[in-house]
Design a binder for this molecule. Sequence first.
Ligand code: SF4
Ligand code: F3S
Ligand code: FES
Length: 254
Amino acid sequence: MSTYDASFRIWRGDAEGGELRDFTVEVHDGEVVLDIVHRLQATQASDLAVRWNCKAGKCGSCSAEVNGRPRLMCMTRMSTFERSETITVTPLRAFPVVRDLVTDVSFNYQKAREVPAFVPPEGVAPGAYRMQQIDVERSQEFRKCIECFLCQDTCHVVRDHEENKGAFAGPRFLMRVAELDMHPLDAAAEAGLDRSRTAQEEHGLGYCNITKCCTEVCPEGIRITDNALIPLKERAVDRKYDPLVWLGNKIRRR
Ligand code: SF4
Ligand code: F3S
Ligand code: FES
């Protein structure tokens, strides 16, 4: 087994402010960035705050920025870096810092609450729901989400624009709206809720200019932009310019 000493630069501080601090830490074969952060805690900085749970890329807790890129620390192998490289680890930039590498991600829980839940079809018992396999597969991709919020962190609409947070749900929750809008059993429309229209008017779909940065950082490989956001935009436009919907809206407004 080979070992070497790596140079790390870690952000230390809290909501009041902080700074990057330099550390030299031992690295062993096969380790990931989270292993090194743990070794740092064990040997040099016992009060370093870091959030993690599964160490298997499944809980979405260990999100941070490694050399400026949003990543899961437990899934970022040390072998992807040159041994001579200084590796910089900072907290997620789009969310307020609690301490060191831990951020307050409650913005995301707020946005989750704003998306109306699945509306079950009337007169069909839960055990009797039937869907075609193609529809199951389409929403299955979105359900792989581990809520790491790396996509939310990277999206330029909110990354450096606190002022947009009120109006923009972010890729993760626009994807949730898309998933429900595509769901063949969702009866929201019958209950008077037009999901694609609310995506535009209440969840800020129009802010997304399909830069695809969210898709690039998703550790689950979900094609957020191509499979959720673009189809949702198309449905919103189709509904808005559908002549029958337009006529119906006109008549309703009188
Ligand atoms: Fe994380 Fe991907 Fe879910 Fe976004 S869509 S929260 S990047 S798993
Ligand atoms: Fe943002 Fe993704 Fe759209 S990064 S701009 S939500 S394609
Ligand atoms: Fe669970 Fe990294 S510790 S995803």
